[in-house]
Design a protein around this ligand. Structure first.
Ligand SMILES: *Cc1c(COP(=O)(O)O)cnc(C)c1O
Length: 843
């Protein structure tokens, strides 16, 4: 009898496994990585070692696809979309890559065979928090959709050493802890020391005449820093396309400044290195605007300059290419004004470094850039004092003056007498201290300008960008935001995913509009039962997590009423609190009152310097303390503040929500994307007609959406006629009781001063009109409570929300950008044979 050596069988299986995705291949690769990368053997390996071994196993498979992708892009001379963003809030990578590689099941088995737990390994990953909130998360969703739609793309940003702070709650207050996301290593990035660019700062300029007699300018900086690339592969869903996220780290050009060293100033030399590295040290934790900080301007210019130099190198490396056709190969999108300095920088590179004439350089620049606006508040539009700007970027200031001179000449030709208009359009604000207006620079330097929801784009045309719209209506378009269903349904809600796919197949994951087919199951009571069961399971999971993190026990059968997002007065978390206290008062007046049991869940970070936002967090926790401890309330209400809201936590929260709170003052939320993630997971929305809420309501049907509050026009009108919050307080006893209860100190251990600033703001100015919207909100919440009592009908509404949410896939947004702004086309990537066989090593 012949015996077969089992190791031979395994080898044969591996040799047969050309895909590299077989269970045995994966298991062996993991074991190898544990030995050879982590230097550990299973008995002594930590959970993090196993996570790293698995992450490297997955990364290897991405790199293989990335190589084929890059080679195809060069061979096919594709147009590349470059998404410039100061923030990329990517979330953890492992789970998402398993989904997109379509190997979750294999890895699950391979990991289980090795005696490990896949979910624990996925949870081991510390997320890269390189963003504040919606804007950074949008960039991340767009990277997923670009790759999934097989569009050649590069995301460019900053590799902050410290991302958004970790939030702890102590005594009800937010405490910020530095985010050390790199401390255990980041297996997803590849350090590319050979991809480095010099970035100049400061100094002065000198005119000279070149060899052809042309007027030229030289920039003599007084500091140079080096940007080094760190690349993260971004794989599309069930395709081979692997794009890159390229983040820049700042370093000193040489480890030592030899001149200083020679004169004995060793510490001075090392200090220069330290100062250079500061540029990519930390993300500014301000959600809306950072005003006047020199380091922030340095960060913006640093990453934009590295990125544009990198694009130019890629372009000129292609055979026979000249920069005259740069815009045919690169479409550069500005995610808000943070990278808007790119307009002046591309001009500088073309004029000063590549000797273009002004007219041609300007033509290329305008054809290259597109600008996405994210705000309507005039005071939130980014501006830099001329002093600071000229000190740091003297050459760019000259270029901006020249762009402005030519631009305003053109405006004057059309309308010579409207001085007001000229002053408003100018790239320089001359009304007091002089400033460079970054939104104006972005508008003038781009061929396309877009808002991020239909309402937002219309308001842009009527308000902050009105003069630009009148000048160039053809430049404007709307691109309503979207989110990726891969992360926000498939990965975070596997129960819902398999129920949906069991009914309509799994095409919806790439074509979210296909969810419409779910409408035919609304009247299937068995289906509704399964739908409810999945939601309940998700709520139980969140309840367990909440108990572990906060010690608070909640009832999974209660209505989960959730508001998670950055803490901001305009987002009105405190309006939600006014409702909680209203219910509390009702129970205190009538202890036997029958109300729909609710759990109020909050999450979100406040900017560390934003006093009111931090006071709102304290208020939520103080109300929670009283309400949760009051025996009179029993199981009818619970209030929870979940600390450290981030992408990882979002993935637990959205699938467990019954009710999504989208209650900003109308006209202030540009789009919102949290609203979409909730609705995609079957939560119903209570919301104002703001941002994308308008379109969500239109899609899901007004009967499946809880609308309240003033419309944008009504907000404007009330402001104009003179809004007086006092009159609401005095005429509404219920509201008065709530405000008075906060003032009484009952939530602050008798301290009547603690919440005074918040109450004063509400009673005297109330810039976000909480008091005007209060009664409408309370009435609407009553409708929610009534509706929740009919579980069967609630489930119908929940199903219809999911069935009709297809529009809000980021795939749809990206297709619109590609068609209307970027003129970018997809390219299917085949895995090349030489990569498959690893035989192509002769370079
Ligand atoms: C989606 C998301 C946001 C944006 O939420 P909004 O409700 O649109 O403000 C912010 N932070 C995280 C972590 C998110 O996932």
């Amino acid at each position: 009898m012949t015996t077969i050596d089992p190791s031979t069988v395994a080898t044969l299986q591996i040799e047969d496994d050309r895909t590299g995705l077989g269970i045995e291949t994966l298991r062996r690769a993991m074991a190898d990585n544990l030995f050879y990368i982590q230097g550990k053997y299973p008995e002594i390996a930590t959970k993090n070692d196993f996570y790293m071994a698995l992450a490297y196993t997955v990364r290897d498979r991405l790199l293989k696809r990335w190589i084929s992708t890059t080679r195809s892009y060069v061979k096919n001379d594709v147009k590349v979309v470059c998404y410039l963003s100061a923030e990329f809030l990517m979330g953890p990578q492992l789970g998402n890559n398993l989904i997109n590689l379509d190997i979750y099941e294999q890895v699950h088995k391979a990991v289980t065979e090795s005696g490990l737990n896949i979910e624990e390994l996925i949870e081991q990953e510390e997320e890269p928090g390189l963003g504040n909130g919606g804007l950074g998360r949008l960039a991340a969703c767009y990277m997923d959709s670009l790759a999934s739609l097989e569009i050649p793309a590069i995301g460019y940003g900053i590799r902050y050493e410290f991302g958004i702070f970790d939030q702890e709650i102590r005594d009800g207050w937010q405490v910020e802890i530095t985010d050390k996301w790199l401390q255990w290593g980041n297996p997803w990035e590849i350090h590319r020391p050979e991809l480095a660019y010099e970035v100049k700062l400061g100094g002065h300029t000198e005119p000279y005449t070149d060899q052809y007699g042309n007027y030229r300018v030289r920039w003599i900086p007084d500091q140079v820093v080096k940007g080094i690339a760190y690349d993260t592969p971004i794989l599309g869903y069930k395709v081979n396309t692997t794009n890159i996220l390229r983040l820049w780290k700042a370093e000193a050009p040489e480890s030592f400044d030899f001149q200083s060293f020679n004169v004995g100033d060793y510490y001075g030399a090392v200090n220069k290195k330290v100062v250079s590295e500061n540029i990519s040290k930390v993300l500014y934790p301000n959600d809306e605007q950072v005003q006047g900080k020199q380091l922030r301007l340095e960060q913006q210019y640093f990453f934009v300059s590295c990125s544009l130099q990198n694009m130019i190198r890629i372009h000129l490396d292609r055979p026979g290419k000249s920069l005259a056709t740069f815009h045919e190969n690169f479409a550069v999108q500005l995610n808000d004004t943070h990278p808007a300095i790119g307009v002046a920088e591309l001009m500088r590179l073309l004029l000063d470094e590549h000797q273009f004439a002004w007219e041609q350089a300007w033509d290329i620049t305008q054809k290259t850039f597109g600008y996405t606006n994210h705000t309507l508040l005039p005071e939130a539009l980014e501006k830099w004092s001329i002093n600071l700007f000229g000190k740091l970027l003297p050459r760019h200031l000259e270029i901006i003056y020249e762009i402005n001179r030519r631009f305003l000449d053109q405006v004057r030709l059309q309308d010579p007498y409207d001085q007001g208009k000229i002053a408003r359009l100018s790239l320089i604000d001359e009304t007091g201290d002089r400033y460079v207006r970054m939104a104006n620079l972005a508008c003038v330097g781009s061929h396309a300008i877009n808002g991020v929801a239909a309402l937002h784009t219309e308001l842009l045309k009527q308000t902050v960008l009105r003069d630009f719209y009148q000048l160039w209506p053809e430049k404007f378009s709307n691109k309503t935001n979207g989110v990726t269903p891969r992360r926000w349904i498939v990965l975070s809600n596997p129960g819902l995913t398999s129920l949906i796919s069991s009914k309509i197949g799994d095409n919806w994951i790439k074509h979210l509009e296909d969810l419409r087919q779910l409408e035919s199951f609304v009247e299937d009571s068995n289906f509704r039962q399964q739908w409810r069961q999945i939601k309940l399971e998700n709520k139980r999971n969140l309840a367990k997590y909440i108990q572990k993190k906060t010690g608070i026990v909640i009832n999974p059968e209660s209505l989960f009423d959730i508001q998670v997002k950055r803490i901001h007065e305009y987002k009105r978390q405190h309006l939600n609190v006014l409702h909680i206290i209203t219910l509390y008062n009702r129970i205190k007046h009538n202890p036997d009152l029958e109300i729909t049991p609710r759990t109020f869940i909050f999450g979100g970070k406040a900017a560390p310097g934003y006093y009111m936002a931090k006071l709102i967090i304290k208020l939520i926790n103080s109300v929670a303390e009283v309400v949760n401890a009051d025996p009179c309330v029993r199981d009818r209400m619970k209030v929870v503040f979940l600390p450290d809201y981030n992408v990882t936590l979002g993935q637990r929260v959205y699938p467990a929500a019954d009710l999504s709170e989208q209650i900003s003052t109308a006209g202030l939320e540009a789009s919102g994307t949290g609203n979409m993630k909730f609705s995609m997971n079957g939560a119903l929305t209570i919301g104002t007609l703001d941002g994308a809420n308008v379109e969500i309501r239109q899609e899901v049907g007004e009967e499946n959406f809880f609308l309240f509050g003033l419309r944008t026009e009504e907000v404007y009108a009330l402001k104009t006629q003179g809004y007086n919050p006092w009159s609401y307080y005095n005429s509404n006893p219920q509201l008065k009781e709530v405000i008075d209860l906060i003032a009484s100190g009952i939530f602050s251990h008798g301290d009547t001063g603690l919440f005074r600033p918040l109450l004063d703001s509400l009673l005297h100015h109330d810039p976000f009109m909480l008091l005007a919207d209060y009664q409408s909100y309370i009435d609407c919440q009553e409708q929610v409570s009534q509706a929740y009592r009919n579980q069967d009908n609630w489930t119908r509404m929940s199903i219809l929300n999911v069935a009709r949410i297809g529009k809000f896939s980021s795939d749809r947004s990206i297709q619109e950008y590609c068609q209307d702004i970027w003129q970018a086309k997809s390219l299917t990537i085949e895995l090349e044979e030489y990569v498959q066989s690893k035989a192509g090593l002769k370079v």
